[in-house]
Design a protein around this ligand. Structure first.
Ligand SMILES: Cc1cc2nc3c(=O)[nH]c(=O)nc-3n(C[C@H](O)[C@H](O)[C@H](O)COP(=O)(O)OP(=O)(O)OC[C@H]3O[C@@H](n4cnc5c(N)ncnc54)[C@H](O)[C@@H]3O)c2cc1C
Length: 406
């Protein structure tokens, strides 16, 4: 078609989920171009996702053999987890080291590093990148999709995967609505770089009602090169003041050993979002939404990137099946199967986040249960384990993530 850059498949957005979708398409032999609004060589801010589940590593290994192991080698793993209530330890467990030759169940490293490894793999797999392409318009018809940038460049392909993040233009353009809620409570997340002489153990700690910060909940998670500290604010707190350089320094000094408050590399605030697009594909079934373009969850619980990666694999597979389909109905069906399966996975995650939130912002009845469990723990093993697990919501991955196979 004259006036268009014609391609076999387009991915909008070179974040971790778009990179995974492109890598997946290449693993199935489909030529793909990624349209990214940012410039070549851009530096993305902050570390964002750190905790990468084993299911994510397994998928990445499937799409690019050795990638899961590569992330694992460069990330950190801890096998001790502790939970405290008002400063008293109510749970502690040290798991055995993973068997030699296997990699652990998760790895923890900054998203910027994850993206760098994904990008290198995508380049090696032959993904084409088009930078400075801010997508502004998406128009789908029975034969394909035309994507036009703010600068007026038009691209066309039979299928488009929209991975353009939380403010997705692709989502808006196809008329998908976000459904769900935003909780009023605020959280502050701070990354600190490791000291030359580490003063923190390589362990994950969750504190209910930390006595040094007025009874607020605190989570400390290691990652390659530092620690993430998540502070849950209480009603009446001013998020801006507590996230200001002086505010952060004051509470960080109270919960971490001396020296870390001088090593802050990133601060941000967030609220619990539980938003899922009403449909993960457009009405023509040629535009597919993945990652934060399709769903938004709170960072707490690590469900963002970890569900975006299976979205990306499933979307790429749907595009492959749709391209191979011998009639339009079969092609639609491949995309519809993706949209239903990944939306149901997102709803599972939304509900899981909801359960975590119910524990973190408890009703008076739940707060009394937590206090009673803390009084019985750690001697009462069931109470102890409940206190440890409940802040993150139900474990596991939605069934749809395990049944999708090529
Ligand atoms: C503090 C914090 C902690 C987190 N921790 C975790 C964690 O431990 N584990 C986890 O799984 N998840 C975590 N997450 C969530 C995770 O960071 C996101 O789920 C992930 O970044 C989503 O990736 P994405 O590719 O969908 O979107 P993004 O990373 O937002 O990438 C979107 C890309 O699209 C590009 N783009 C945007 N608009 C356009 C346009 N119009 N045209 C072209 N390109 C465009 C952007 O420049 C960007 O490159 C965390 C998030 C935060 C904020």
């Amino acid at each position: 078609m004259a006036g268009y850059e014609q391609r076999e498949a387009l991915v909008v957005g070179a974040g971790p989920v778009g990179l995974t979708a492109a890598l997946a398409l290449r693993s199935y032999g489909v030529p793909v171009t990624v349209l990214e609004a940012g410039p070549d060589g851009r530096q993305r801010p902050g570390s964002r996702a750190i905790f990468t589940h084993s299911n994510t590593l397994t998928i990445l290994d499937r799409l690019s053999p050795g990638l899961g192991a590569e992330l694992s080698t460069h990330g950190v793993y801890w096998n001790t987890q502790r939970t405290f209530y008002e400063g008293r330890e109510v749970y502690a467990k040290t798991y055995p080291d993973p068997p030699a030759g296997t990699y652990p169940h998760f790895t923890s490293l900054p998203q910027v590093h994850i993206e760098a490894y994904l990008y290198a793999r995508a380049v090696a797999a032959g993904v084409e990148f088009a930078w400075d392409q801010e997508v502004a318009d998406v128009a789908a018809d029975a034969e394909g999709v035309t994507v036009t940038t703010a600068a007026g460049t038009a691209w066309r392909a039979p299928y488009v995967i929209g991975a353009d993040g939380s403010r997705s233009v692709v989502r808006r353009q196809i008329g998908a609505r976000m459904e769900g809620s935003r909780d009023e409570g605020w959280y502050i997340v701070v990354d600190v770089a490791e000291l030359e002489q580490p003063a923190l153990p390589n362990e994950r700690h969750f504190h209910y009602a930390h006595p040094a910060v007025g009874g607020r909940n605190v989570l400390v998670v290691p990652f390659a090169g530092g620690y993430r500290v998540d502070l849950q604010l209480v009603d009446g707190d001013d998020p801006e003041a507590l996230a200001s350089p002086e505010g952060v320094r004051a509470w960080l000094d109270a919960v971490l050993p001396a020296g870390y408050a001088d090593r802050t590399t990133w601060v941000s605030t967030y609220q619990f979002l539980q938003l899922v697009a009403h449909d993960f594909a457009d009405p023509t079934r040629r535009v597919l939404l993945v990652g934060e373009a399709a769903h938004l969850f709170a960072p707490f619980g690590a469900r963002g990137l970890n569900s975006g990666v299976p979205d990306a694999e499933a979307a790429a597979l749907a595009v492959v099946l749709a391209r191979q389909a011998t009639n339009p109905a079969a092609a639609r069906s491949a995309v519809e199967t993706f949209a239903l399966a990944r939306r149901s996975a997102a709803l599972f995650n939304r509900d899981a986040a909801g359960e975590a939130l119910a524990h973190l912002r408890p009703t008076p009845e739940r707060a009394a249960e937590v206090r009673a469990a803390a009084e019985r723990a750690p001697q009462d093993e069931a109470a102890s384990t409940w206190l440890e697990k409940a802040p993150y919501g139900p474990r596991g991955v939605p069934r749809a993530e395990t049944v999708y196979r090529y």
